[in-house]
Design a protein around this ligand. Structure first.
Ligand SMILES: [Fe+2]
Length: 271
């Protein structure tokens, strides 16, 4: 058996895990170690994986039970807990900073991406440490953010959302703008700019302007890990303390296909 090593990839977040074949079952100790490594490093990278959809779903359970994604037109027909991230089926790369599925009462603990087809240049994924972003804010703004809550729904920018998904997942859900990590106990800024209808007590316009201003001030290169994809990479992102974005800077005549799984998390709360 090969030795498992965890090597940080960036000063703020991200670590490479080597020596693990995710197509094979992992014992309870290893599952626990990886789950804790995610809470500590906030993004984990496994290179050189070769997974069937069933093996990928099984591997994802290390981080929690897979949960259904709400744009059902992009889910794999035979494996509906895997969503296809692929521009050729009409999706635009999610280039704005966000965390996933905040329109759910219990949003995902983690988003897992598996690189199936990767363009020759560009098309990376960036992940920002929102724990560090919170810590870097002036004290008065941290105190203010601690009191704010967002009202979340499905993005108003998507035009191809199915009626049944809108009915199931489009109901307003409130979340604190700062959440305490259930494993780590630290606080992180938490919102999805285009899933936020408004901040409680603020107009939608003022809310959007404030969230954009916050992103502009908070997300600096020193808190961002940029993942340049290789085919066979698995990238696990801790959605409880990070935001992420895709980069659309690749040749659209080439394929960029990622298989996405999200896994169940806790209801966000500030304690
Ligand atoms: Fe996302």
């Amino acid at each position: 058996m090969s030795t498992v090593t965890i090597t940080p990839l960036h000063a703020s977040l991200g670590a490479e895990v080597s020596g693990i074949d995710l197509s094979r079952p992992l014992d309870a100790d290893m599952r626990e170690a990886l789950s804790h490594a995610l809470a500590e490093h906030l993004a984990l990278v496994f290179h050189g994986q070769s997974l069937t959809p069933a093996q990928y779903l099984q591997a994802a359970t290390v981080f929690g039970p897979p949960m259904r994604q709400h744009y059902s037109q992009h889910n794999m027909p035979d494996y509906p807990d895997i969503g296809l991230v692929w521009h050729r089926n009409g999706q635009r790369p999610a280039e704005r900073w966000h965390t996933d599925h905040t329109n759910r009462e219990r949003p995902p603990a983690a988003t897992i991406l598996y690189g199936v087809a990767i363009p020759s240049a560009g098309g990376g994924t960036s992940v920002a440490n929102m724990r560090a972003a919170y810590a870097a804010l002036p004290e008065a703004e941290r105190t203010r953010l601690d009191t704010l809550r967002t009202v979340n729904s499905l993005d108003d920018t998507h035009t191809d959302t199915r009626t049944e998904d809108m009915e199931k997942y489009g109901q307003p859900v409130m979340h604190p703008m700062v959440r305490t990590h259930p494993v780590h106990g630290s606080r992180a800024v938490y919102f999805h700019v285009t899933k936020t209808v408004n901040i409680e007590g603020m107009s939608p316009q003022d809310s959007r302007a404030y969230l954009n201003d916050l992103l502009e001030r908070m997300i600096k290169p020193e808190i961002v890990y940029h993942h340049a994809w290789r085919k066979g990479d698995v990238l696990v992102i801790d959605d409880r303390a990070t935001m992420h974005r895709a980069h659309g800077d690749y040749d659209r005549s080439q394929s960029r296909v990622l298989w996405r799984i999200i896994v169940e998390g806790d209801r966000p709360r500030l304690v």
